[in-house]
Design a protein around this ligand. Structure first.
Ligand code: SF4
Ligand code: SF4
Length: 475
């Protein structure tokens, strides 16, 4: 029954295959010989099958676990260097006709205020985000064909790309909306979206149906096959994710990797990103009501094993997680983080960095620091916060992006692009301390651009940004 090339959800996410994988992993969790073999395969940096990766996730041998963490760190360094791409979520509307039991926007919630931003309000939100320094957004809306039809999403994207305020510009809009039709995905592609993100929540069909008791999202197959429709509609960067805590993490891990294998097998390109959210407290949601919550230790292991299994896939962590958890996750594989996030509808405009509206929050934000504080913190940890959107703007998406990535060529672009976009950020938005730390960091990172010609162009462009005689450079 299991067939990664099938277009049927229950065949490419075959329950039997997952159960056999988990049994195999359990049986071999202390099989040193097999684990060494898998680690040797993983060291080639070509990724691992879901079965092999599941064994590493279950591994109970302390010394091998240390090797797993070391390898994850090394792969992270080799593929992503010390750059971390920054983004922020933008909530457009919390109207929703679904009944997801872990989300306060579920339709039975009568006391949460329902809000939908007008185009004028979107403009104000985007200006506030631009004034923080953001260049990359993730749009979020509930599913509601009357209040949030596709036309509303498309109009909002057009509004966002059209706002040029001072030196600000949103250069990449990723979209996280409900599973939809090929035709609507085509419209999103034409509107110039970056990544289409849709979390599976859980790959376990029976749990999925219980957790989504009513509304269109109840349909497991329609939801699970959404990425295939998105790709058919021309979107080649898609972002996967599960909500850890809903089901057994081992099951979700295998499902997630099988989904990635399926996309690769059918479309020739795996997921662009994988997100790793955990269930968090929110309006009428108590995370302890879900009995599959995972510890920080297991969370770290999951991140390390995903990093090893799909080295070419970016990994995202949001402000759901605390500063300490994010710091560890960054070293093990995360390549993108949000900063200064508001998870409510209309949470940016009109508020100071310390004010935080809670009335329509989708979940409690653990990391409540401003973008400037997050950027400053990252740099002090030795990372380069990057506001780069070059690949998308150069048309390097999908398999074009992946083949560049697999040839290691992307490294020649990312590093100088990160430094140039950071320089813009420092000039336009940073506090004095952040600017001082950042300028020092840029100086020390210039010699790390290996190609001499590229290095020369980079220095020239950095000077132009400093003097105000040019900006928005990219390789
Ligand atoms: S998770 Fe999404 S679809 Fe489900 S209730 Fe929340 S907004 Fe609606
Ligand atoms: S050059 Fe491409 S892969 Fe590298 S940071 Fe920029 S957008 Fe991402």
């Amino acid at each position: 029954m299991y067939d990664p090339k099938s277009l049927k959800a229950e065949e490419f996410i075959d329950n039997e295959e997952i159960l056999e994988t988990l049994a195999y992993a359990e049986k071999n969790k202390d099989n040193a010989e097999l684990i060494d073999e898998i680690l040797e395969k993983a060291e080639k940096r070509k990724g691992l099958s879901h079965r092999d990766a599941a064994v590493l996730l279950d591994c109970t041998l302390e010394d091998r676990n240390q090797r797993i963490y070391e390898l994850a760190k090394q792969i992270k360094k080799d593929f992503y260097g010390n750059r971390i791409v920054m983004f922020a979520p933008l909530y457009l509307s919390n109207y929703c006709i679904n009944s997801c039991v872990y989300c306060p926007y579920h339709r039975q919630n009568q006391h949460i205020p329902r809000k939908k931003l007008t185009q004028e309000e979107i403009k104000a939100e985007v200006i506030a985000l631009q004034d923080m320094g953001h260049k990359r957004l993730a749009l979020e809306t509930g599913e509601d064909p009357v209040n949030n039809p596709i036309e509303y999403v498309l109009e909002s994207i057009k509004t966002i790309y059209g706002i040029k305020h001072k030196n600000g510009a949103i250069r990449r809009v990723n979209v996280n909306i409900a599973a939809t039709t090929v035709e609507n995905y085509r419209k999103l592609k034409e509107a110039g979206i970056g990544t289409y993100i849709l979390f599976q929540e859980t790959y376990h069909k029976e749990s999925y149906e219980k957790l989504h008791p009513a509304g269109p999202k109840h349909n497991y197959a329609y939801h699970t096959e959404a990425m295939d429709r998105a790709m058919e509609g021309g979107i080649d960067d898609v972002g996967l994710g599960v909500l850890f805590g809903l089901e057994l993490y081992r099951y979700e891990f295998a499902g997630l990797l099988m989904h990635a294998e399926h996309l690769e097998a059918v479309h020739g390109v795996g997921p662009h990103t994988i997100s790793v959210p955990r269930v968090k407290k929110a309006d009428d949601i108590d995370p302890t009501a879900f009995d599959n919550g995972i510890s920080d230790e297991i969370f770290a292991k999951l991140i390390a094993c995903i990093r090893i299994a799909v080295p070419y896939t970016g990994m995202i962590i949001s402000t759901r997680e605390s500063e300490a958890v994010r710091a560890r996750a960054l070293s093990l594989g995360i390549s993108q983080i949000s900063g200064g996030s508001r998870t409510s509808v209309g949470g940016y405009a009109g508020y100071t960095p310390d004010e935080r509206p809670h009335d329509t929050e989708q979940f409690d934000v653990s990391d409540q620091r401003s973008l400037d504080e997050v950027v400053n913190w990252l740099m002090k940890l030795g990372y380069i916060p990057s506001f780069c959107t070059a690949c998308y703007r150069e048309g390097r998406t999908g398999d074009r992006f992946m083949s560049l990535c697999k040839n290691g060529q992307i490294q020649n672009c990312c590093h100088p692009n990160a430094l140039m976009t950071l320089k813009e950020y420092l000039m336009d938005y940073a506090s004095a301390d952040t600017a001082a730390v950042g300028n020092k960091l840029i100086e020390s990172e210039i010699p790390n651009v290996p190609n001499e010609k590229t290095r020369g162009i980079l220095i020239d462009n950095l000077n132009k940004i400093e003097q105000g005689s040019g900006r928005d450079f990219r390789f």
